[in-house]
Design a protein around this ligand. Structure first.
Ligand SMILES: NC(=O)c1ccc[n+]([C@@H]2O[C@H](COP(=O)([O-])OP(=O)(O)OC[C@H]3O[C@@H](n4cnc5c(N)ncnc54)[C@H](O)[C@@H]3O)[C@@H](O)[C@H]2O)c1
Length: 420
C-alpha cells in the first residue's frame, strides 16, 4: 500500500492546532505521503509554515502551499481548491477545514474527484445535503468521516460502554457548557461567524448533543436555541452567546450554553463540562465530566499560555506535543486519535482492496464503509445525520428568536417550527 496523499482545504486555526500536527505525525510514520494545503490566500499558509510549534516538532517536514508563497498576500483564490483536488491521484484524502458554510461544496467537489474525505464538524448545514453526500460517497465507495473528536476522549468512550451496559440507568436530565475564549472574536472568525451563517450552538454546542447521542443512542426530537448578538471588532454582527434546550426521544432534556467569551485572563482557556442525570430502578445514576479542569495546572514565567496568559489549567487529553522516542515532538491526545482513526479507515479500505479488480474492489470498499457506519465510533453521514438535523433545527430556532423546532425521522426526515 502506497502512503495516502492528503490535501487540506483551509489553513486556519483547526489546521494549525490539530489537523496538520496529526497528519505530519502520520507522515513521519510512513502512512501519509505528500501533503498539500489550500487556503483562500497566502497569509494563513505562511503562519503554518513558520509556526514554531510545528517547526520544532516536525523537523524537515513541510507541505506544498496553494496559492504559492510567491503570490501577493492580498490576492484571494476562492476556487483554487478545485484545481488542486482535480490534480490528485484517485482515492486519496481531502481534509475539509474551512468555514462551516463551505463544507458542502468542497465535500461534493472532492467526492466527484474520487477522493475520500475527512471533514471537520459539522459536515454540512442541511440534512438534505448530508444525504446527497452519503449517496455520492456510497455510489463510488468513498469514505467520509466527520471529525467529532470529543467522541475519542477516553471519558466519552468509557461512558458509552458503561451506559450501554446499563450501569447508569436511562438519561433524563442534563447540562452541557462549552464557551470558547474571548480572543476568538478578533480572529478570522469575525469574517465568517456572522448571524446569517452560524452561531455558537451550531459551532460547538453540536459537540455535546453529538456526545449525548454517542453515549446513549437517544435521538434528539425537539430543540430551541436563543442567542445574544454582539459586534465583532470589524463591525460584523454575530451571535456571541447561545442557550439551547434539546429534548430527546425518551423525553430527556439537555440544556446547552455556548459562547465566544471565556475571559482571556481566565485559567481554563475555555469552559466546558457535561452532566447527565439518569433514572434507574429506585435510584438514579450520574455521568459528570469536568472537561475544563483535568487536574493539571501550569504557571509560566512569561505569558506563553493561552491568549498570553501565565496561569493555566492544562488539558493533557485533547492535544499536546510531548517528547517521544524519535526526533522532534509527538502530537498526542484524543484530537489526534480522532484524525488518525479517520485517515486509518481510508488506509485500511485502500490496502484491503488494492489487489482486487474494479467491481469487486468497489463492493468490498462499500462493505468496509458499512462496517464503520455500524460500529458508530467514527461519525459518518450514515450514522450521524442526527447532527445535520440538529444543526438545521438550531438555525431555524435561533433565527426565530428561540421558537421550538421539531425534528422528524423516518422516511422523510426534516425539521419544522412547532406552532401553537
Ligand atoms: N472542535 C472542533 O471540532 C473544531 C474546532 C475549531 C474549528 N472547527 C471547524 O473547522 C472549520 C474551520 O475553522 P477554523 O477555526 O480553522 O477557521 P479559520 O477562520 O481559522 O480558518 C478558515 C480557513 O479557511 C480558509 N478558506 C476560506 N475560504 C476558502 C476557500 N475558498 N478556499 C480555500 N480555503 C479557504 C481560510 O483561508 C482559512 O485558512 C469550521 O468548520 C469549524 O467549525 C472545528
Amino acid at each position: 500500500m502506497k502512503p495516502l496523499d492528503v490535501t487540506i482545504v483551509g489553513g486556519g486555526m483547526i489546521t494549525h492546532d490539530l489537523l496538520l500536527p496529526s497528519i505530519y505525525h502520520l507522515q513521519r510514520a510512513g502512512a501519509v505521503g505528500r501533503i498539500d494545503i489550500c487556503a483562500l490566500n497566502t497569509p494563513p499558509l505562511k503562519t503554518l509554515q513558520e509556526s514554531a510549534d510545528l517547526v520544532r516538532s516536525f523537523t524537515g517536514q513541510t507541505f506544498t502551499p496553494h496559492p504559492a508563497f510567491s503570490e501577493p498576500p492580498s490576492k484571494n483564490f476562492p476556487e483554487l481548491y478545485k484545481k488542486v483536488i482535480a490534480g490528485m491521484r484517485p482515492r486519496q484524502s481531502v481534509v475539509v477545514a474551512m468555514p462551516d458554510q463551505f463544507h458542502y461544496p468542497v465535500v461534493m467537489e472532492a467526492l466527484r474527484c474520487n477522493q475520500h474525505i475527512l471533514c471537520v464538524k459539522p459536515l454540512v448545514l442541511k440534512h438534505a445535503q448530508a444525504i446527497e453526500v452519503e449517496k455520492l460517497a456510497a455510489g463510488r465507495g468513498l469514505f467520509v468521516g466527520v471529525e467529532y473528536h470529543k467522541r475519542f476522549d477516553r471519558r466519552s468512550l468509557i461512558a458509552r460502554r458503561r451506559y450501554r451496559l446499563g450501569h447508569f440507568g436511562e438519561f433524563v436530565m442534563g447540562e452541557a457548557k462549552l464557551v470558547e475564549p474571548y480572543y476568538y472574536r478578533s480572529s478570522n472568525f469575525q469574517n465568517w461567524f456572522t448571524t446569517d451563517k452560524t452561531d455558537p450552538f451550531v459551532y460547538i454546542g453540536c459537540h455535546y448533543v453529538d456526545l449525548v447521542y454517542f453515549i446513549t443512542a437517544l435521538k434528539p426530537v425537539e430543540l430551541s436555541v436563543a442567542g445574544v448578538k454582539g459586534k465583532f471588532p470589524n463591525g460584523n454582527e454575530g451571535y456571541l452567546w447561545a442557550n439551547g434546550r434539546v429534548r430527546f426521544e425518551n423525553g430527556a432534556l439537555l440544556s446547552v450554553i455556548n459562547g465566544l467569551g471565556y475571559p482571556d485572563a481566565g485559567a481554563g482557556s475555555n469552559e466546558q463540562c457535561l452532566s447527565m442525570f439518569c433514572e434507574g430502578q429506585g435510584k438514579t445514576g450520574l455521568i459528570q465530566h469536568d472537561d475544563k479542569f483535568r487536574g493539571v495546572t501550569h504557571c509560566y514565567l512569561d505569558g506563553v499560555g493561552c491568549a498570553g496568559s501565565q496561569y493555566n489549567y492544562i488539558n493533557p487529553d485533547f492535544f499536546q506535543f510531548v517528547p517521544w522516542e524519535g526526533a522532534g515532538f509527538k502530537s498526542i491526545g484524543y484530537g489526534v486519535d480522532s484524525v488518525c482513526a479517520i485517515l486509518n479507515a481510508m488506509i485500511r479500505i485502500e490496502s484491503e482492496t488494492a489487489s482486487l479488480k474494479a467491481p469487486q474492489a468497489l463492493r468490498r470498499r462499500r462493505g468496509l464503509i458499512e462496517e464503520v457506519d455500524k460500529q458508530g465510533l467514527i461519525a459518518t453521514p450514515a450514522n450521524s445525520s442526527i447532527n445535520e438535523l440538529v444543526v438545521e433545527a438550531a438555525r431555524l430556532s435561533i433565527l426565530s428568536d428561540g421558537l421550538p423546532v421539531t425534528i422528524r425521522y423516518g422516511k422523510h426526515p426534516g425539521v419544522a417550527l412547532r406552532r401553537g
